[in-house]
Design a protein around this ligand. Structure first.
Ligand code: HEM
Length: 478
């Protein structure tokens, strides 16, 4: 606290109170209110002409660059690549995996090993599972179109995305779409909510209190559920390969994610625990993010019927009227307006609101000295709502992504997948997956909102899941 308190004055940010810093601001706030607080803090500082904002919660200092130029300092750094303090909560689950691993030889080796899994040729192979699971999604949704009942799309998209990531990346079927109360999905949700509560409540950071409140027990139960589930996925794949049920693939270009890892395990590059950590990383990073992104896209479309109609017209023009036709990558590459709409949706509500780097050395950002040990935020939540770059930022307007408009902006003003060496390894996978699911949904149903736009809000968790789901009415297209 002594080390960081002096920066309360030198780095712009909301007024602090003694040793607590800004902790009181977050007391008793829900995670969607926390999102608003961060955004307001960023706006206030920008109005004063500042390009960073600071929050201190006791001994933790958080600084967010507020525009593309300021954030370039951190995303372009070749050395400041360590993840921040708040990833610690995830260590017992994802520790050792590429997402939370500190910057060093281990991260480099793993990242290099995993990159071929997302090669373009490999993505083509995943299309089959994207299509088949999306069709199951449509079957699940049909009853809502028949009855006119409201559906919480978030829940359905989530289960479909989980089935897709398991199928495409691990070659395994978990049938989350038919098994609704999937314990893994519930555990990921619960664990995420606990992570943010832990970050903003100083009391929770005292282990004895955390334990006494029964929260450590709850965390351990979630961990156990998640690790058991992934362990089972791995074991099932190993058994299928061993029994010859699945032919062992020897060409790295053709292997799925888990097969590459299993193969490396055999040649002693990765231990069994390494494989479990990477599988868990991908299960987590691969389904919750895509779910959140597509759910908000559906919400934005439902609230902007003119945009929805333009997207639908483009889909019919490119894919034809048959709602059961498989989506191909060749046809997908012709999408233009739909692409812009998906980009704008990730701008209005960034699926990953903020990520952190913990500084090894002091860093100067636009004239402000940010000390070593600070958690510097790469925060799409703040960058994408910058009214100086995106006028009337709450307005949903896909044309902000017309080439001429994009050319006016700094490359880092819009970074939903982060940027630099530790950007999202699954970006292409996510974009293709999201598009296939969306195309199937929109070719079958018109989406109508069953509540006001702000009745459900993005939460400030690892992903910005909607606080009250995505309540929609589905109207059949054919
Ligand atoms: C719309 C969907 C997605 C969004 C918005 C998204 C966003 C991000 C962001 C912002 C980061 C940087 C995290 C950080 O610096 O702490 C990241 C990293 C990562 N993402 Fe994604 N992601 C998405 C989908 C996926 C998918 C589908 C996968 C895998 C199947 C994936 C795997 C990863 C991994 C492994 C990292 C860590 C990379 C590293 O540190 O080297 N993501 N993602």
């Amino acid at each position: 606290i002594r080390k960081f308190r002096k920066y309360d004055e030198t780095i712009p940010g909301p007024k602090t109170e003694g040793i607590l810093g800004n902790a009181a601001l977050f007391r008793n706030k829900t995670t969607d209110e926390v999102s608003d607080l961060f955004r307001q803090g960023a706006d206030e500082c920008r109005k004063q002409g500042k390009s960073v904002v600071r929050w201190r919660i006791l001994h933790k200092l958080y600084v967010w660059p507020l525009n593309g130029k300021a954030v370039s300092k951190i995303v372009e750094s070749m050395t400041e690549l360590n993840k921040g303090d708040d990833y610690e909560f995830f260590l017992p689950w994802l520790g050792g995996g590429v997402l939370v691993e500190g910057f060093g030889e281990r991260w480099r080796t793993h990242r290099k090993l995993l990159t071929p899994t997302f090669h373009f040729a490999k993505l083509e192979g995943y299309l089959e599972v994207f299509n088949s699971e999306s069709k199951i999604l449509i079957e699940c949704l049909e009853k809502y179109a028949d009855s006119g009942e409201t559906v919480n799309m978030f829940e359905y998209i989530k289960r479909c995305a989980l089935d897709i990531v398991c199928g495409a990346a691990m070659g395994t079927k978990v049938n989350a779409q038919s098994y609704h109360e999937h314990p893994y999905v519930k555990a990921v949700e619960g664990f995420n909510a606990m992570a943010i509560a832990h970050a903003i409540n100083p009391l929770y950071q005292v282990s004895a209190i955390y334990w006494a409140l029964g929260l450590q027990k709850k965390k351990d139960e979630f961990l156990n559920t998640m690790k058991t589930f992934t362990g089972d996925v791995i074991a099932e794949r190993q058994a299928a390969i061993a029994s010859g049920e699945v032919e062992k693939e020897t060409s790295k270009r053709k292997m799925n994610f888990l097969d590459i890892l299993l193969n490396s395990g055999e040649s002693n590059v990765l231990s069994a625990e390494d494989i479990r950590q990477e599988v868990d990383t991908f299960m987590f990073a691969g389904h919750d993010t895509t779910t959140t992104s597509l759910s908000w896209a559906c919400w934005n479309l439902a609230h902007n019927p003119d945009v929805q109609e333009k997207v639908y017209e483009e889909l019919i023009e490119i894919f034809g009227e048959d709602p059961n036709e498989d989506v191909t990558s060749e046809k997908m590459s012709k999408l233009d307006y739909t692409e812009r709409m998906l980009k704008e949706s990730k701008r209005v509500i960034a699926p990953v609101p903020a990520v952190q780097r913990k500084l090894i050395n002091d860093m100067e950002i636009d004239g402000v000295i940010v000390p070593a040990g600070t958690n510097v935020g790469i925060a799409p939540l703040a960058l994408h709502s910058n009214a100086y770059v995106f006028p009337d930022p709450e307005k949903f307007d896909p044309d902000r992504f017309l080439p001429d408009e994009v050319a006016k902006r700094n490359a880092y003003d819009y970074i939903p997948f982060s940027a630099g060496l530790r950007n999202c390894i699954g970006q292409k996978f996510a974009q293709m997956n999201e598009k296939v699911m969306l195309i199937h949904i929109l070719k079958n149903f018109r989406l109508e909102p069953m509540a006001g736009y702000k009745s459900t809000k993005p939460t400030f968790e690892a992903v910005a899941k909607p606080s009250n789901g995505i309540p929609l009415k589905l109207i059949r297209r054919q």
